[in-house]
Design a protein around this ligand. Structure first.
Ligand code: FE
Ligand code: FE
Ligand code: ZN
Length: 276
C-alpha cells in the first residue's frame, strides 16, 4: 500500500524523500508553501531530481501536495481572491517540477456569500488556471463543514467538478475525519458512504485518502484530527477503511497529531493491517 504523512518542505525535496523512507513511508504530503501563507521558495531542480530518482527506486506512489490554508478561491474580498488565484497558478507551475502528482486544496469558505456563489467562484478560478498541458491532477478535499466551508457534502464537490471544463485534471481527496465530521457514518456504514460517493461523484474521481481519526462525533462539523484508533472513528473502523478493496492502491496520507516516532508507529500498524 502507499502510505505516508505530511512532511516539512523546509529542507527541500530530497530531504522529504529520505524522511519518508526513514518512516517506512512510500508517499508523502507537503505544503507547496508556508501553510499560513507567504511567498514560496523557488524550486531547486537538482534537489527535485534526487527526489524523483529516490521515489522511482523505492516505488513511491503519487505524492499529494497540499495548498496553503490561506488560499481561499471564494473569499468575499477581491484581494484575498486574487492572491489565492495567483497562489494556485504559481503552485501548479511549481508542481510541474514533480510531474504527474496530486495537488490537493480546501475548496474554500464562502464567508456568508452562500455555497452556490462559493462554488461558482471556485470553478471560475479553476477554469482560469488549469491548462491542458499540466500533468498534475488537482484534488478537492472533502471538508468537515466548519463555519462556511464549501465541500461539506459530496453534492457540493460534484457541483464544482461539473463546472470545470478540464474535468480530466480534477479529482477528490477523501479525508476520513472530515467526511465523518460532515455527517457520513463511515463507522457503521462504510459501504453505504462509498456507494453514496460513487452515486454522487463517482469513485473513479477518488484519487487520495487523508487518513485521520476524529476527536468529535459524526456530523459535529468540528475538524479536529485524532491519532488512528484514539478518536471517535476508532481503530476497527479505521482498519476497515485502510483495507477496503475500493480504496486499495490510493495514497493514504496521515494528518494525525504525531511526532516522527508516532508516524512511524502508525505506518507500521496500518501496513500490518493491509500486508498481514
Ligand atoms: Fe487539508
Ligand atoms: Fe485533510
Ligand atoms: Zn482537517
Amino acid at each position: 500500500m502507499f502510505i505516508g504523512n505530511h512532511l516539512s518542505s523546509s529542507k527541500g525535496y530530497e530531504a522529504m524523500g529520505k524522511m519518508a523512507l526513514s518512516l517506512d513511508a512510500n508517499t508523502f504530503a507537503f505544503f507547496t508553501r508556508n501553510p499560513r501563507g507567504g511567498k514560496a521558495k523557488e524550486v531547486d531542480e537538482k534537489d527535485v531530481e534526487k527526489l524523483l530518482s529516490l521515489a522511482d527506486e523505492h516505488g513511491f506512489g503519487k505524492l499529494v501536495a497540499h495548498a496553503s490554508y490561506t488560499m481561499n478561491l471564494c473569499a468575499a474580498k477581491d484581494e484575498v481572491r486574487n492572491f489565492s488565484r495567483e497562489a494556485l497558478a504559481d503552485d501548479l507551475r511549481r508542481m510541474e517540477y514533480t510531474p504527474g502528482n496530486y495537488y490537493n486544496f480546501h475548496p474554500g469558505s464562502h464567508v456568508g456569500q452562500g455555497a452556490g456563489e462559493g462554488i461558482s467562484l471556485i470553478a471560475d478560478a479553476l477554469n482560469e488556471t488549469l491548462t491542458p498541458e499540466q500533468t498534475t491532477t488537482v484534488l478537492l478535499e472533502t471538508m468537515a463543514g466548519k463555519g462556511s466551508e464549501v465541500g461539506r457534502s459530496f453534492e457540493e464537490l460534484r457541483e464544482i467538478l461539473d463546472r470545470v471544463s478540464l474535468r480530466e485534471k480534477m479529482g477528490v481527496c477523501f479525508d476520513t475525519c472530515h467526511v465523518w465530521d460532515a455527517g457520513y457514518d463511515i463507522v457503521n456504514d462504510l459501504d453505504g458512504v462509498l456507494a453514496e460517493f460513487d452515486r454522487v461523484i463517482g469513485l473513479d474521481r477518488l484519487y487520495a485518502v487523508h487518513f485521520n481519526d476524529s476527536m468529535n462525533g459524526c456530523g459535529s462539523h468540528k475538524d479536529r484530527h485524532a491519532r488512528i484508533g484514539e478518536g471517535q472513528i476508532g481503530r476497527e473502523a479505521m482498519r476497515r477503511i485502510a483495507t477496503h478493496p475500493l480504496l486499495a492502491g490510493k495514497p493514504f496520507i496521515l494528518e494525525t497529531p504525531n511526532d516522527d516516532e508516532g508516524y512511524a508507529r502508525e505506518i507500521r500498524m496500518i501496513r500490518n493491517w493491509t500486508e498481514g
